[in-house]
Design a protein around this ligand. Structure first.
Ligand code: SF4
Length: 220
């Protein structure tokens, strides 16, 4: 659970940790794949985004899986009071009193002031995974990204120490699980392969259900 807004205020974020979340993710994904194999197309959205990055030349444009982060460049959030934030989690932080990711205000700031503010550009610069310690040597970096809001909230640092980062722990767990489930150096293999590629291909190309097995074969 992300440590913002009501989840933080009500203490819900302490109900489970990243390891428990990952166990649940694997169990839920296995169930979703079973449903897909029975013929009903059901997406697990995050897996689909990751697989799309892994298996196709397309970039789904997901804010937290981009380098630099998609904050303010793939997403801008306008609050009811005219405040402009670099993302929804940034807005949640702002509502709880931390306006670090506020880009400006619709009533008082010009486009240039909003998009070229130094504070905002500093955040973007800090979110380059290619130059971040640990990330720059990580095999999963092409599929990953950065989450300056999460790391600011949990480690008081935009970049964050990935050795103790919940964001990194979750993503590594997901990348490993997806790869070991379906990808080998020779291509997609075991019984999970079809279901996993179905998840990716359905999002990537709107492949109709009847064509999924053919499309999957194209990747093997
Ligand atoms: S998995 Fe972790 S170390 Fe690798 S790129 Fe992502 S955040 Fe960085």
């Amino acid at each position: 659970m992300s440590p913002y807004g009501f989840a933080k205020k009500t203490g819900q974020i302490h109900r489970y940790d990243a390891a428990q979340w990952l166990d649940f993710y694997k169990e839920a994904l296995a169930y979703i794949l079973e449903i897909n194999r029975s013929g009903y197309p059901l997406l697990e959205c995050y897996s689909s985004l990751v697989l799309r990055k892994m298996l196709t030349p397309q970039n789904p444009g997901y804010v937290d899986l981009q380098s630099p982060s998609g904050l303010g460049i793939s997403a801008i959030i306008y609050n009811h009071d005219g405040e402009i934030y670099a993302g929804d989690e940034a807005r949640m932080l702002g509502e709880s009193g931390d306006r670090t990711f506020r880009m400006g205000n619709l009533w008082t700031d010009t486009y240039d002031q909003v998009m070229l503010g130094e504070a905002f550009l500093d955040i973007l610069e800090s979110s380059m995974a290619q130059s971040a310690p640990i990330c720059s040597e990580c095999a999963f970096m092409p599929y990953c990204g950065a989450d300056p809001v999460y790391h600011h909230e949990t480690q008081q640092d935009f970049l964050g120490n990935k050795a103790t980062s919940g964001y990194c722990y979750r993503n590594i767990g997901i990348f490993r699980h997806l790869i070991t489930s379906c990808v080998t150096v020779h291509g997609l293999r075991d019984s999970s392969a079809l279901g996993l590629s179905m998840l990716a291909l359905n999002v990537a190309e709107n492949v109709p259900l009847a064509n999924w097995s053919l499309a999957s074969a194209a990747y093997s």
